[in-house]
Write a protein that binds this ligand. Structure first.
Ligand SMILES: Nc1nc2c(c(=O)[nH]1)N[C@H]1C(S)=C(S)[C@@H](COP(=O)(O)O)O[C@H]1N2
Ligand SMILES: [Mo]
Length: 170
């Protein structure tokens, strides 16, 4: 009798675990996948830009110091577009950016960084897609892309949001 109750309790807990695990799995990757699409949110407006649309903007090559947990600080050559150009392409004007409190950039893993409006307007912040002449690679492949935000002035690279999927103007 006692054993039966115990088994029942274990069964119920196991069922809960499975259901919660499934719901958690489903709630991930709802807005995007690994194809480099970025969704821009601005008030009521939503705009989606594909990887091809983003990389069709004017290219810029620049050097920045990358610092990851697996490598020490190292100067890398990146290729990307200005974050500002991508925002404009998504229908968000410089005036709208300037009037915003902040710009929030989110990665596929849920990592979120915030920028002040004036940071988003400079030409020193990029949506990068190439490092040292090679595509950044996806999260699945151990890369940091297809698109990574690079805040060139952030020398510890904590705010270099990898696998960018969403940009929100608040
Ligand atoms: N999407 C995403 N971007 C991220 C992070 C992260 O966990 N997820 N970590 C940040 C931190 S703290 C650093 S130091 C750099 C390098 O992190 P890594 O060592 O995990 O590659 O990426 C930054 N960008
Ligand atoms: Mo870090």
């Amino acid at each position: 009798m006692k054993n039966k109750k115990l088994l029942l309790a274990i069964g119920i807990l196991a069922a809960f675990t499975l259901v919660l695990g499934y719901l958690n799995m489903k709630s991930m990757n709802t807005t995007s996948n690994e194809d480099g699409t970025i969704t821009f949110f601005h008030g009521e407006n939503t705009a989606k830009l594909s990887f091809d649309e983003i990389t069709a903007l004017e290219h810029h090559e620049f050097k920045a110091t990358e610092d990851t947990s697996t490598s020490g600080p190292a100067s890398r050559k990146f290729k990307g577009v200005y974050l500002k150009d991508a925002l404009n392409r998504a229908g968000i004007s410089d005036e709208a950016i300037g009037a915003a409190k902040k710009v929030i950039v989110k990665g596929l893993d849920g990592y979120v960084i915030a920028m002040a409006a004036d940071e988003a307007l400079t030409n020193k912040n990029y949506l990068a897609f190439e490092k040292d002449g090679k595509p950044l690679g996806t999260m699945k492949k151990g890369g940091s892309g297809p698109i990574q935000l690079i805040i060139a002035a952030d020398s510890f690279s904590q705010r270099w949001c990898k696998y960018v999927t969403e940009v929100t103007i608040e």
